[in-house]
Design a protein around this ligand. Structure first.
Ligand SMILES: NC(=O)c1ccc[n+]([C@@H]2O[C@H](COP(=O)([O-])OP(=O)(O)OC[C@H]3O[C@@H](n4cnc5c(N)ncnc54)[C@H](O)[C@@H]3O)[C@@H](O)[C@H]2O)c1
Ligand SMILES: [Fe+2]
Length: 403
């Protein structure tokens, strides 16, 4: 009885969230696409009257010399820069504070985030701290707690996965509690994004596959949730089609620039969809895999996605069928039931073909109640999922993830 009332309250909250998201009319960044597009960013920075930026990136990308073109272009455009390259995978509060120090020392007026979701999220949080000095990262955790808009943020994603270049979220890890949490606020939306496939050709296959499955998870969770609208559905459909058509091939042939470009677009479209329509329990559980065990975000999502789809299948049947048709793996003359099962099988097959396991070896049985508690707390009521889950059901799903 109490559970039934709780669910009704969650649904009412999802209803208001849906209306709010339409009313907010979130802006999108100015977009540059195609090979070499990242090199245009310094000119755009300069055109906005900014002469001094912080470049936020990670050590791997520095070692790969991936930023050389950007640095040269910044020099050519007389934009001074400081580099913060200490962002870890699953960026921490300490990363944000260290980056902030450099931003303030350099008297920067803007930020260029260069990298995957980790540098982009860290850059958003650095920006938020810079203009809200009295608000700690933890104070800004949750929905709409960032008071002042971040300094101009220019993003150059080097993975095709998170969509952070267009989203209202920054996911940060608290190393004390091993929890990953999101700062969610429209004031974090970057003003410019350059989707440059040339930067992605060196992505190792296992990162290509897992980040690509993260993008698919964004599209699917946004689409099957109850907060979708015409814009988010169209974007989720475009993303799903592109991912179905390109991801497995680009996993095998990372040098294919056209397919890299398609994946970069897919990731962006999926970002547009989920930042307005929300994600679901795949993310709620995956964040805990990242927080507790350091499992990469995309990999955790990829493994968990089929299990959550099976849990939600009946309630999401019609939508899964719609996405199967949009993704080109079914036709409207088939039954929704058939199409929804086929969609789940497709996700499983993609995982298998790309060497993604069906379990998460790091999970410790003793942690299951804690993971479930945190995941359910994260998801309810904030994630507008098709089927609401309780602690016991969540524990059951996590048990299925054991090797
Ligand atoms: N803000 C959002 O809306 C949002 C959405 C989804 C996920 N996230 C967060 O994003 C983070 C994950 O981001 P990610 O999946 O992009 O991975 P990442 O940024 O953590 O990068 C993963 C690894 O790939 C390497 N790498 C990145 N680009 C490369 C390239 N072009 N060539 C070679 N190596 C490269 C990095 O150096 C790193 O070692 C997580 O913390 C997740 O929670 C945020
Ligand atoms: Fe994600």
């Amino acid at each position: 009885m109490i559970w039934t009332i709780k669910k009704a309250i969650y649904r009412a909250m999802h209803g208001s969230l849906k209306v709010m998201m339409v009313l907010f009319n979130l802006p999108e960044p100015e977009l540059f696409t195609g090979a070499g597009s990242s090199l245009k960013i310094p000119e755009v920075v300069k055109s906005k009257g900014i002469n001094n930026v912080l470049v936020v990136t990670d050590k791997v990308l520095m070692e790969l010399n991936l930023l050389e073109g950007l640095f040269n272009s910044l020099k050519e455009n007389n934009v001074e820069y400081k580099v913060f390259d200490d962002v870890s995978e699953n960026p921490t509060i300490q990363n944000v504070e260290d980056g902030l120090k450099l931003y303030l020392e350099g008297k920067c007026a803007g930020i260029i985030a260069f990298g995957g979701g980790s540098p982009m999220d860290c850059a958003k949080a650095i920006g938020a701290r810079a203009v809200n000095p009295k608000r700690s990262v933890l104070v800004m955790k949750g929905l709409f707690k960032v008071r002042r808009k971040i300094p101009p943020l220019f993003t150059i994603p080097t993975t095709a996965g998170t969509g952070s270049e267009t989203t209202i979220a920054a996911v940060i890890k608290d190393p004390d509690t091993h929890e990953k949490f999101a700062i969610v606020d429209m004031k974090l939306i970057p003003i410019v994004a350059a989707l440059d496939p040339e930067l992605m050709v060196g992505l190792p296959p296992h990162i290509t596959s897992s980040t690509g499955m993260d993008a698919l998870t964004h599209a699917v969770e946004a689409y099957i949730g109850v907060c979708g609208n015409k814009l988010t559905n169209e974007n989720a459909e475009k993303a799903t089609k592109l991912i179905f058509e390109n991801l497995e091939e680009v996993y095998k042939d990372g040098l294919n620039l056209e397919k890299r470009n398609n994946m970069a677009l897919a990731s962006y479209y999926a970002g547009v969809a989920f930042t307005r329509a929300g994600v679901g329990y795949v993310h709620a559980i995956a964040h805990n895999m990242g927080g507790l065990y350091g499992v990469p975000h995309g990999l955790a999502n990829a493994v968990i996605l089929p299990y959550i789809l099976e849990f939600s299948r009946k309630d999401a049947e019609e939508k899964l069928a719609g996405l199967a048709i949009a993704g080109g793996i079914g036709t409207p003359i088939e039954s929704n039931e058939e199409l929804s099962y086929r969609f789940i099988e497709k996700v499983k097959a993609m995982n298998k073909n790309m060497g993604i396991p069906s379990s998460i070896k790091e999970i410790q049985i003793k942690d299951i109640p804690l993971i479930a508690e945190r995941a359910v707390k994260e998801g309810n009521p904030d994630y507008p999922v098709p089927k609401i889950m309780n602690q016991k059901e969540c524990e059951g799903i996590i048990r299925k993830l054991l090797p």
